[in-house]
Each structure stands twice: as C-alpha cells, then as structure tokens.
Design a binder for this molecule. Sequence first.
Ligand code: C2O
Ligand code: CU
Length: 494
Amino acid sequence: MNVSRRALMVGAGAAAWGFALPLRRSFAEPEIKEYRLTAKQAVVNMTGDGHPDTAVWAYDGTVPGPELRVRQGDPLRLVVNNKLGEDTTVHWHGIRLPNAMDGVPGLTQKPIRPGESFSYEFTPPDAGTFWYHSHADTLQQIGRGLAGALIVEEREPVAVDRDLLWFIEDWRLDETGQITLGSFGNRMEAGMSGRIGNTVTVNGRVPNRVSVKAGERVRLRIVNAALARIVSLRFEGHRPVVVGRDGQPCEPYMSEGGRLVLGPAMRADLIIDMDGKPGRSYRVIDDFYQDLAYKLVDLVYAPGKPSREHSPDVPARLPANPLPEPDLTAAERHEIALQGGMMGGMGMGGMGMMGRTGRGGMMGGTGTSGGMMGGMGMMGMGGAVWAMNGMSMTGDGQPNMPPILTLRKGQSCVLALRNETAWWHPMHLHGHSFRVISKAGKPNPLREWRDTVLVPPRETVEIAFVADNPGNWMFHCHVTDHQEAGMMSVIRIA
Ligand code: C2O
Ligand code: CU
C-alpha cells in the first residue's frame, strides 16, 4: 500500500511541477530521491485576471517554489541550479541536517555562483512542515520570491480527509504590479518593523476563497514566509486545534482567544473539523497590526449534506519526532540580549557607538550600552542597526564569523533571550529544535518545540535544547532586514 501511494505521489508531483526526476536506483545504498530546483527570473500572476503580472525571482518559475514532499527518513538530494545574475544558496529551514548542508554563504558553504549548481544531501529525521528559502542577499531574494514549502510526511499517514498548505508571502507591489525594489534595505525601516508589504498572497495568489466540505477533517499547514509581517489569524465559526509548531508535534491545544500568531518563518499545523453550515462562508481574518485587520480568505462551504454526522472521535495529534530531550538540571544557562532599533521613531536603544560595517561586515561590540545616537545619524552609516550581546553581524553569512557562544557537543543548554528593544523579533536557530520553557518570567505550560520563537518587545523568553549537532549554526532574527542590519549571530557546537 505504501509503495503504490508513493508511486502515485511521485507521479502527481512530476505532472504538477515537472521537477521530480526518475529515481536513481542503486542496490548497495538506500535509494536517494533527487529533486532539481532552478533559481531564475520569471513572471507570475499573483493578483488575478485583469491585473498585471509581476516579475519575480523564483524556483522553477513558480511562486512559491515547488512544494517538495518527501518522506521522513528518506535520503534526499536537492540539486540547486543558479540561473540568477548573482550568488545564491538555499537554506532548508527547520531541518536538523549536517552543517555543510545548511546553506549559509561563507559560513557553511561557498555561495553558488551564477551558472553553477550545488547538491544538498541529507535525510530529514523529523516529519513536519518545513520550508526552504534563499540565504544569500536574503532580503531581496526572498522578497522577490525565492521560497517554497518542504513537507516531510510521517511514516504513517495521519487520519485526515485532506492535507492543505497555506504558504503566506507578503509583497510590496506598485500600481503596475511590480515589486518595489528601491526600498529594499531601507535603514529606517530596518530599524523598525522591517519591510512589511501591501499584498499578502496564499500559495502565490491573492486568494478570496478556499472551498471546503461540511463534515471533513482537514490538516492545514500554515507557513509564514513573509520578510517581516507577523500574522494573527482568527477563524470565524471554527475551532482549529494546533497539533504542531514549526514542524514539530505539540500537545494539541486551541490557540489563545482563537488567534494563531505566526511571526516570519514560523509554521503551524492545525486540524480543523469543518463543522460550519453547507452553503455558508466564514472569514479567516488577520488582525495582528492595530487598525489594519484584513480578510485573508473565506472558507466557502459546498452546498449539500455534510459528509459526516459529526466530527471524528479520534483525537487529532501527530506522532512524535526523535528529538533529544534537554536535561534542565544539567543545562548551561546563557543570556542573549537583543538590542538596538529605533525607539518611538528616534534614537537607538541599548547600542554603543559602532563604526561603519557596510554590507556583510561584522563588528565586535564596544559594550557601552545606552549610547544613544540621533536616529538619522545611525541610519546614515549604512551599517548595523541591531545587535546581540553588543555584537552586530550584518548581511547573510560570511566566513570566520566569531561565535556569540561555543557549546560542547551533547551539552543541554538554556538560552534566555532578553528583548531590550521596542520591536518584535522571531529568533531562529539553525540545525536544531528547542523547547520554549518560559515567557515573560512565567513557565510555559505547553513547552512546545520550535525552531523560531517570537520574542515580544521588552520581554524575555527562555528556550532549551541539546547542542547535539556539531558545526557553526546561525542564530538570527527572521525579520529579514533585522538580520541583515545586525541581529545575527553564530552558535558554535564543537
Ligand atoms: Cu529561515 Cu537563517 O533562516
Ligand atoms: Cu528582529
């Protein structure tokens, strides 16, 4: 049964996307599944009939890139071909993989030059909802479309009627439907909320409706692939159960106040029993930013009898992944302060004097905290706006980045992330998943696993993990212009 199901999926993938190549067979080694992705310029329609097309940079010409569906434990080879006019790399966000496959230019590999390709090879240990994106010239390359979903399927399929993906992206389009390029890397914006756009797409389209059937149970995977936009989703008339965060299963729960908050790079797996009325429609609203609520999509019920009398009795939950459990009694504790940015539109908070770093530079911190500068003065320097423990590294990754922390392999570790700024920061650790153990000084009862945690302004969040994966791992804010403007660091596991 598994065999036919897999064969069917490969066939369907090939037909829909044209990226799945015939499998290579070798009798000595496990079968490696190979996929090819080409990063290139393309033109797509995001806004619908009668609206202009948009020039993008995209994997295989689609926005988002092809939905890669693989199976937990299957060895993969992902061959990335660069047909852009500049260097690129691909980061497999959330996958616990060998450091050399992590896709950080300079730090873990040489960038892929135009006309060249690179083979990423790894075996995803965890099932779940992951994604992939460029990690070179990241603000522009993600901002122009270089991102897609990477779904690792459970060995045993979860009992749902349908498995849906909402890949959320945020664009800044002008009246002619083109991405406004001039504003990439605006320092003023980088010191505040980051580049928030004016057009939100789901699976590459400004959506208006998602068709559903009364009685069905849907697994909905949501990826926030925006550069900077945080979303807070409210499902009118429905009670979604959260069963996974950032690809990792969690104790099923209903989100607080029915809202699901996802910062950039964060994902959620939901189980939704479609128990609305046939023929009716229900809104899904994003109301994260005050006074800027909008309808993301309508859930539109088909007319006719529900397919079930009432929702299935089987509880909705995902099978566990093989994650190493941190030992809190033996854990090393470290504090990481998130610093800088604009405060109330003027001045920089908590940062010392720093020299010009320019694109791709790095600065050791001078440690003089509270050195306020006129906001414009700092902006004008074209360098760092943010820091972590007084150190700013800018850009996308470079060779010889000094680690903010060095951990011994196998060490359990608690990081207290203290946000001293006036802004939200979704902090992402490469190559590991961590438990969120406390928020604002209170234990977090859910203790969910994540790879990206949203740290609210002036709050502290504690995370715990086992440093079991050796290498130099990026730890950075996933508001892309925060990362590029200094909120980036490296944790070394030796
Ligand atoms: Cu998805 Cu370094 O990030
Ligand atoms: Cu940030």
